[in-house]
Design a protein around this ligand. Structure first.
Ligand code: L34
Length: 284
């Protein structure tokens, strides 16, 4: 039976360290880190995530600036707001919650955010810097997964790591971070011929697809560490991940739950990135 990796607890520890560092940074510089969060439209899940981000800001002692825009907002209007936030000295981090309504070009929006304020690390400049291992920010979700792996005392060095999903926000950077720690990384996706074989090969399995119960027990190696990035609703509207938790936990050595696993870590790492952005701003 697997040991649970408690994301709520680990994220609490990260937030506490950010809170203490923020207090010292404020005392030293007089600067209060500020995070601007933009939400376009009224996707109910996005509203919850953005609400959690606002709460976390208050907890660690940041200013948060919420911009809730109607679904009909034009791309030009959104870009104009981003320009204003780029120029605002009270704003050190800018995050535009994804997904955006279909009529807005996500890439154009990400590219418009100043790389220095890009606390998601989605800007091409930051993505490139991650690729070469010389970065200020790591994307929050993959960074949170690494933090969970470390918290359990798991070493990535030389391990077979399988990442299921190749999105720009999770799968691809996740693979890169595991590679930086000397994992042997396989990335699977919808065209992968033998997903089961690739998963069975994994000492560390990261599921980031968005498909409930995609990862079943027969796909998991005995003793593997299983990290569930999925955020789905099941038939009854209950929040669940990509992993068939009840059965996989019998085979894995470590497993993360949903909720209470990767989700809270995403937010904790966002707090860390925002403090980093404020420190970069202070250095000029
Ligand atoms: N720009 N868009 C941008 N940055 C991000 O880092 C995100 N992401 C993803 C979606 N869009 C984004 C998030 O914030 C996913 N995500 C996120 C953040 C927090 C939580 C889940 C996803 C979270 O708080 N999860 C809780 C449960 C929340 C609930 O009750 O629904 C958990 O315990 O997993």
């Amino acid at each position: 039976m697997a040991q649970l990796i408690n994301g709520k607890e680990v994220s609490q520890r990260v937030r506490e360290s950010v809170r203490a560092e923020t207090e010292a940074f404020k005392a030293e510089t007089g600067i209060t880190p500020g995070l601007a969060v933009i939400l376009v439209g009224d996707d109910p899940a996005s509203k919850i995530y953005v609400g959690n981000k606002k709460k976390a800001c208050a907890e660690v002692g940041f200013n948060s600036f919420e911009h809730i825009l109607p679904a009909e907002t034009t791309e030009a209007e959104l870009l104009e707001l981003i320009e204003k936030l780029n120029a605002d000295p009270a704003v050190h981090g800018i995050l535009c919650q994804l997904p955006l309504p279909r009529h807005i070009d996500e890439r154009a929006v990400i590219n418009a955010i100043s790389p220095k304020k890009d606390v998601d690390a989605f800007h091409p400049q930051n993505v490139g810097r991650i690729m070469i291992g010389s970065y200020d920010f790591l994307p929050c979700t993959p960074a949170g997964v690494m933090e969970l792996i470390h918290s359990a005392g798991i070493s990535v060095n030389g391990k077979n790591c399988t990442v299921v999903g190749r999105s720009n926000i999770v799968g691809k950077p996740m693979a890169m971070l595991l590679l930086h720690e000397n994992g042997t990384v396989t990335v699977c996706h919808s065209r992968t011929k033998d997903l089961k074989a690739a998963c069975l090969n994994a000492d560390i399995l990261v599921a980031a697809v968005g498909k409930a119960k995609l990862i079943t027990a027969d796909m998991v190696k005995e003793g593997a560490a299983v990290i569930d990035v999925g955020m789905n609703r099941d038939e009854n509207g209950k929040l669940c991940g990509d992993v068939d938790f009840e059965n996989v936990k019998e085979k894995a050595s470590y497993i993360t739950p949903v909720p209470g696993g990767v989700g809270p870590m995403t937010i904790a790492m966002l707090m860390r990135n925002t403090l980093t952005a404020a420190k970069l701003f202070n250095r000029g």
